[in-house]
Ligand binder design. Structure first.
Ligand code: GLP
Length: 240
């Protein structure tokens, strides 16, 4: 794991965003694994800004998102699909035909097989972007007794429901989600994980300095050959 520490999330947005813009310009038909949540917003903002300035095009980029809620329509205002449309897809020239998304309302086993096949036929994920949950989850792979494999349907923990229910102001937050598994995430050629803020400091410490254990799903990244962790000072504050 390579660890990079920055002053604040704005700086991370610029440095990681610049890395993405350069990578896309060098590899216009690359395959990007994308994440939702507040953490990647500065990166998406930077890419959208450079698209608007004519410095990058995403027209041939293929994307696969990590996860989606079950039990709400894809165009629900709180779906992860809507989040991506609002924060990246509609602000760039990503071709809708190149967007891969898990369907939270499909049969979980069939959907898992479909997604794995789609990623494989695209040539695999070049860079997987990740955030981290306060309990060490990545995508929606919650702490458990074993590392998960391909995409699966997960029952969300109380910690995750508490953290994410702030977005569900006038509806109940779903209790289940479809998520890429740890096995599918680990297949990415490169992984970029971003964590910002004090609320992530303990999870960051466990991920980097703790044992590799499914009790902290992100700790598995210690075994990935090309993972870069971008932290702000607050998220890095408990590291030795
Ligand atoms: C959700 C998502 C994760 C994300 C996490 C942290 O649970 N499924 O992919 O990393 O939230 O979100 P945030 O960046 O808003 O803290």
């Amino acid at each position: 794991m390579e660890i990079k520490i920055f002053e604040n999330e704005k700086e991370i947005g610029e440095v990681a965003g610049r890395f993405y813009v350069d990578f896309i310009n060098a590899n216009p038909s690359c395959v990007l694994g994308l994440a939702t949540g507040a953490t990647p917003l500065p990166v998406y903002g930077y890419i959208a800004e450079k698209y608007a300035a004519g410095e990058v095009s995403l027209k041939d980029v293929k994307t696969f998102n990590l996860d989606e809620y079950c039990g709400i329509p894809q165009d629900d205002k709180n779906s992860y699909f809507t989040f991506m449309r609002e924060n990246l897809f509609s602000k760039t020239d990503v071709n809708p035909a190149n967007v891969g998304f898990l369907d939270g309302n499909a049969d979980p086993d069939e959907e898992s097989a479909r997604y794995a096949a789609a990623i494989e036929s695209a040539g695999g994920i070049d860079i997987q972007l990740l955030g981290i949950g306060r309990n060490g989850h990545i995508a929606f792979n919650e702490p458990g007794e074993e590392f998960t494999g391909e995409a699966w349907k997960v029952k969300l923990t109380e910690s995750t429901i508490a953290a994410n229910s702030i977005y569900f102001t006038d509806s109940e937050m779903p209790r289940y989600a479809m998520t890429m598994g740890i096995g599918s995430i680990m297949k990415a050629k490169k992984i970029i994980l971003i964590a910002t803020g004090e609320s992530k400091a303990e999870a960051v410490r466990a991920m980097i300095e703790g044992p590799v254990t499914p009790h902290c799903p992100a700790s598995v990244l210690q075994q990935h050959p090309d993972t870069v962790i971008y932290l702000d000072r607050a998220a890095a504050s408990l590291l030795k």
